[in-house]
Design a protein around this ligand. Sequence first.
Ligand code: PLZ
Length: 450
Amino acid sequence: MSVVPESRTGGPELAQERRLLTEVPGPRSRELHARRTASVAGGVSSVLPVYVAAAGGGVLVDVDGNSLIDLASGIAVTSVGNAAPEVVSRVQDQVAAFTHTCFMVAPYEGYVEVCEQLVELTPGGHAKKAALFNSGAEAVENAVKVARVHTGRDAVVVVDHAYHGRTNLTMAMTAKNMPYKQGFGPFANEVYRAPMSYPFRDGLTGAEAAARTIDVIDKQVGAGNVACFVIEPVLGEGGFIVPAPGYLPALAEYAAAHGIVFVADEIQSGMCRTGAWFASEHEGVVPDLVTVAKGVAGGLPLAGVVGRAEMMDAVHAGGLGGTYGGNPVGCAAALGAIATMRELDLNARAREIEALLVGRLRDLAAANPVIGEVRGRGAMIAIEVVQPGTTIPDAAMAARLSAGCHQAGVLTLTCGTYGNVLRFLPPLVAPDHLLHEAMDVLAQVGAATL
Ligand code: PLZ
């Protein structure tokens, strides 16, 4: 059963089915890929080079007419579905009215309304303010700017397995070298890395893992030097790692006690993805600042920093901004996406998806010892692939499973520091039958691969 009515799963004309007319990728995709190779920089890659013609609900339709089940949502972006009706109509109205003035030059209502909504939706009833940007990395950069001005301190503490972006500061904050950092240094300084809670690998309780993290901050950085502690409440690129219960609250408490700004990077985990507006809520954590991007605008580039009014307002007038930050079209898309999330209760839907996927994956794990763990929250679910009976990562096996799914018309992604995590993050409007079919395919691929 889905809380989302059938009529709202995707563009009305787009059949919600897996359909393979050719091999994957098909001949037209291969043709486009050859063309791309001649003009698109080799440093930009694609997980599955099928070229997309249309998308909606839980499917992507490629230029060969194949319809693939989408378990990626463009990396947790199209939570309301691709071309979601409320997003499309508001964007169409906005582009026809005006496309850009620059909020720093001549403002408009949409920006204000998005900030109002984010202030309302982020955790905590305290006074909050928001500022809008273009990308997740830019939001993280600006959260650090705010924290530094507010505290007058320099140091930024992040954790193992963290992912925060590809700009210079956020590369420094991101843990994994390949492909994100290799050759791109020197990196920004005053970024320190502390151990993360990773229950599958460290076996620690939240309190024990927090004590280990805090010890590194105390001994190697000095609490009084730390402007902010930045963490994803559920780690995304790092492997869909859910910290042990109590870890995040202990860190938030430590930060508050030492005047450290606690920043929740909710770029991947926020906006209904985990079954709550923000993943911090699962543990009752109220961050000082929250970064938002991806799902907030249904596929248009928009990001934000939301947080305590006194922190946000610590920055001098003109200190925050950018030509396109909070572009009116992105704001219109965000208002459409948020309206859809409310109307369809996509938090409830994400929890339904969790129950469906976790149930299916646990059954699979019982029969397949390469699945070391099934974990995640809401529609942010993953399996960690290991050598049977151990916790030794098996990235090659994860890659084979993912490739097998692709061949069969199911778009999956891998992630994790060790590249051995297969993750499932469907659009929240994807219908149950597609999710079941995707799990059937994974089971068949597993049976054929193992
Ligand atoms: N913080 C938690 O997940 C983006 C990156 C894909 P941008 N994650 C997907 C890739 O390989 O580039 C992300 C995130 C978290 C920050 C970011 C950065 O967001 O919008 O990609 O800049």
